[in-house]
Design a protein around this ligand. Structure first.
Ligand SMILES: [Mg+2]
Length: 355
């Protein structure tokens, strides 16, 4: 049985702004572009929600609902820094983290031994540490799978903690409205409602074949979700550190001249591959050479232009280290780390957060 946490900051952008300027804490606050820029509400705080203001609402409408609404333009660089701070707290607990946005992530804590393996205590610790170190509140859901953990984190927001233990799954799911299920939008919900299906208890009465007739492959998923089943793993997003191509040759390349010819083709492939990553920030260029005695050497140099005239001298120098026939050649680039990119302001604005 797995233990999954879903951690979700409460009105994240607004929370960061209130942290940095406590005068904003008790007044209606919305983060988003201005009315004359036809902005929408990215996030608003709870006093603003009391006026009926919601995420994704046009700012003009929000201002009509609450004329004294305080508006702030979003500062995505700041939110990214705060997000990185929060994620570093997550990482103290487990490396198995799947961020969904700047303020939301799944954590798989199945194999974590801290707190005697109690996921509830881990969730409490996360909430406490984020409040203490970062100064904002987090709602956490604890459940045996991702979809239930996500519903749980939303259950008693803000500053919520909701635990669904394995033996509570059935009773929790029974009364759950079908539109709370992962992947069920208004269209599917409407179709189900037309057949008198409103809760998961209703949904569970439909056979697999009936669901497949109506919803195709998604019918299989609905059949599982209605029973609280969701096997999706928490997917770790690893930061890409380099882009490279290499080739192992059927016959060893006898000398430097022949290797140089193959470098030409490799650099072309590398340029293609780099293009697919849409302007990654390059930091260094490197070559990799494996000789016929299986010794391996890599050599790198600072540089942002992955061109042939950069790689050839690098290869020449690497080859001379052993000056033997060659089994494998590779060329690549190392990327600027996300932390460094953040400091250089190289990130694009992310999608607005919803709550
Ligand atoms: Mg949130």
């Amino acid at each position: 049985m797995r233990k999954i946490l879903h951690a979700d900051c409460d009105c994240f952008y607004a929370a960061v702004e209130m942290r940095d300027d406590p005068k904003l804490a008790d007044i209606p606050l919305a983060v988003g572009a201005s009315v004359d820029k036809r902005g929408v509400v990215a996030t608003c705080n709870y006093p603003a929600r009391a006026f009926g203001i919601r995420s994704a609402m046009p700012m003009a409408r929000a201002m009509r609902l609450c004329p004294h609404l305080h508006r702030i333009s979003p500062d995505f660089d700041k939110y990214r820094r705060v997000s990185a701070d929060i994620q570093s707290i997550f990482r103290v607990l487990t490396p198995i983290i799947e961020p969904l946005s700047l303020d939301e992530a799944f954590l798989d804590v199945t194999d974590v031994n801290h707190f005697r393996g109690s996921a509830t205590w881990m969730a409490r610790w996360l909430k406490d540490e984020v409040r203490r170190q970062v100064g904002i509140t987090l709602s956490v859901g604890v459940a045996p799978n991702k979809f239930l953990a996500k519903i749980a984190s939303d259950w008693n927001k803000p500053d919520g903690l909701c635990v669904i233990t394995p033996n509570q799954v059935d009773s929790f799911i029974e009364t759950l409205p079908v539109d709370r299920l992962h992947g069920v939008g208004p269209a599917t919900a409407g179709k189900l409602k037309a057949r008198g299906i409103e809760t998961c208890r209703d949904l569970a009465t439909l056979s697999l074949s009936a669901l497949m007739d109506d919803f195709g492959k998604f019918g299989v998923r609905l059949h599982e979700l209605a029973r609280g089943i969701d096997e999706r793993p928490v997917k770790i997003e690893r930061e890409r550190k380099s882009i490279s191509v290499e080739n192992t040759f059927d016959h060893d390349l006898p000398d430097m001249a022949e290797c140089r010819e193959h470098i030409v083709a490799l650099v072309e492939r590398l340029e293609d591959r780099i293009a697919r990553y849409q302007h990654p920030a390059l930091n260094k260029l490197f070559v990799k050479v494996r000789f016929d005695d299986f010794s391996i050497t890599t050599l790198e140099t600072a540089g942002q232009t992955p061109a042939l005239d950069q790689f050839l001298p690098l290869f020449d120098e690497a080859w001379q280290r052993a000056a033997r026939p060659v089994r494998l050649l590779g060329v690549g680039v190392r990327l600027v780390s996300e932390d460094a990119r953040r400091q250089l302001g190289l990130f694009e604005p992310a999608n607005p957060d919803d709550n």
